[in-house]
Design a protein around this ligand. Structure first.
Ligand code: BES
Ligand code: ZN
Ligand code: MN
Length: 507
């Protein structure tokens, strides 16, 4: 669905339905007045009086005469509970509701957002961004694997949505629209990749996706195969890939805005396990199908590049490198065994006590590689790394680990602004001996079950230079949801982390 600004008068009579957000328990008159004469029939309409505007509730009203504009009231709940995310949810629900109707052109008046009378710096743009993103995400569906039943019409989707204005949109509002549309593009790509089954979304499929993005938008791109891993000493990454028949790939994407070629880059490292069976330390069968989503970190980074390509790069002043180690983790005759020892790219040896702790193995070599490639201004890894993080923080919250308080606080601030739940987690350096003392090598890839998320982070930290600002985002919980919400129809892949990371590179 295209979403664009449109002068209100010029669009008169073309809008199929006006979306009108309302607060619960508040007088609807200002909102109705903001709609202009076309909706004067709404004044005193009983439907309007009956509508309580609870969060997520919708009511479609019309004047009864042909040609009069229809109105879709969207409840926001109580003002005191409001966050911009609530508006996104309401617009998502509204867009979804319209997808069943033959109302060709939904429209939202910028005045309707102003009529909400929400104060705060940048609030207007923020609301606009949230509304646009919500409307787009509300229409997301992963249907690639469903065959159309015979004689069944394709579901009706509105082709475009107008953002109606009487005063031309400000530069900030235009920027908010472009950002939201780019984000939507990126998030939908990430969702498609993460929801896609592992027999289709293989490391080579991710390679093709990255190559296509690079070709379309002029990003730097390189792809390395298993031979490269062997020849260059990325033996921990190699060890994970050995059990799989699918070929591994190490993908490198780069966006350098004009004049930044020599600058220290932001490096985003995304875990790309296209399927995590656990390897020889095989996972139990129940729920294993979910492990197609173990490349959600890589999916978020690819989505971020898609967002840059879709227009966000016009606002980006930083050099950004995406580093994506992609492989399956499978059992097999050549697979790594528990107890195997590998020499990592850093020179440190690792005992693979549990082959299911594979994420840290592919990441540790890439952390070293990232710091060999450049001096990162920030090095951020994003990974569905530990079940322990899900147990500790719940399904909806990601863990944030860092060696740099400034980077940590910045990411927390951006996450809050973007409605993504990240929570600061500790790394206990003094517990390192738990990983090293009883190890047959310099360090083991697993520690005790208790505190598993922090031990994973502590392991990764051994591969990061003290002077490198580094953050580790454990998104095992929020990456893939069993329950649906208006902005996540059908549940499944969220595209989690992309918003915060995009905001970080646009700062
Ligand atoms: N991909 C999993 C972590 C995971 C769990 C992601 C649940 C999403 C939902 C990871 O590779 C893994 O298996 N971790 C192990 C580590 C353990 C063996 C030290 C875990 O969390 O059990
Ligand atoms: Zn995994
Ligand atoms: Mn695993």
């Amino acid at each position: 669905m295209d979403i664009q600004f449109q002068e209100a008068q010029a669009a008169e009579g073309q809008a199929g339905v006006l979306l009108v957000p309302l607060f619960q328990g508040e007088d609807a008159a200002p909102a109705v007045r903001a709609l202009g004469r076309g909706a004067s029939w709404l004044t005193g309409h009983m439907g309007l009086e009956d509508f309580r505007a609870e969060a997520g509730k919708l009511l479609l009203l019309h004047g009864g005469r042909k040609g009069s504009v229809r109105v879709l009231l969207a409840g926001l709940g109580r003002r005191e509970d409001f966050t911009p995310k609530v508006l996104g949810m309401a617009m998502a629900a509204a867009a979804k509701r319209l997808s069943g109707h033959k109302l060709a052109r939904p429209a939202l008046r910028l005045e309707s957002l102003r009529a909400l009378r929400l104060a705060g710096r940048g609030m207007r743009e923020h609301l606009l961004e949230e509304a646009v993103l919500g409307a787009r995400l509300g229409l997301y569906a992963h249907t690639a694997c469903k065959s159309a039943a015979e004689g069944e019409d394709a579901p009706f989707l509105p082709e475009r949505m107008d953002l109606l204005y009487t005063r031309p949109p400000s530069a900030e509002e235009q920027r908010a629209l472009r950002r939201a549309l780019s984000l939507a593009e990126g998030i939908c790509l990430a969702r498609d990749l993460i929801n896609g089954p592992a027999n289709q979304v293989t490391p080579r499929y991710l390679e093709e996706t990255a190559a296509a993005l690079a070709g379309r938008h002029g990003f730097g791109f390189r792809s390395h195969d298993q031979e490269y891993l062997r020849a260059n000493g990325l033996n921990a990454f190699l060890a994970v890939s050995l059990g799989a028949a699918a070929e591994p790939r190490l993908l490198v994407l780069e966006y350098a805005p004009p004049g930044t070629k020599g600058e220290d880059p932001v490096i985003l490292l995304g875990k790309g396990i296209t399927f995590d069976s656990g390897g020889i330390s095989l996972k139990p069968a129940a729920g294993m199908e979910r492990m197609k989503s173990d490349m959600a970190g890589a999916g978020a980074v690819l989505g971020l590049f898609a967002a840059l390509g879709a227009g966000a790069k016009d606002f980006c002043r930083k050099r950004v490198i995406g580093l994506l180690p992609c492989t399956e983790n499978m059992p097999g005759g050549r697979a790594s065994r528990p107890g195997d020892v590998v020499k990592t790219l850093s020179g440190k040896t690792v005992e693979i006590v549990n082959t299911d702790a594979e994420g840290r193995l592919i990441l540790c070599d890439c952390l070293t590689l990232a710091q060999n490639m450049a001096r990162p201004a920030a090095l951020i890894d994003i990974a569905t790394l530990t079940g322990a993080c899900v147990v500790g923080l719940g399904e909806k919250t990601a863990g944030l680990f860092s060696n740099d308080p400034r980077l940590r606080d910045k990411l927390l601030e951006l996450a809050a602004r973007n409605g993504e739940r990240f929570w600061p987690m500790p790394i206990w350096d003094e517990d390192l001996k738990t990983l090293t003392e009883k190890s047959a090598a310099d360090i083991s890839n697993t520690g005790p079950r208790e505190g598993g998320a922090s031990f994973a982070a502590l392991f990764l930290k051994q591969f990061v230079d003290k002077t490198t600002p580094w953050a580790h985002l454990d998104i095992a919980g929020p990456a893939f949801q069993s329950l649906e919400t208006p902005t996540l129809p059908g549940g499944g892949a969220v595209g989690f982390g992309l918003r915060t990371l995009l905001d970080f590179v646009l700062e």
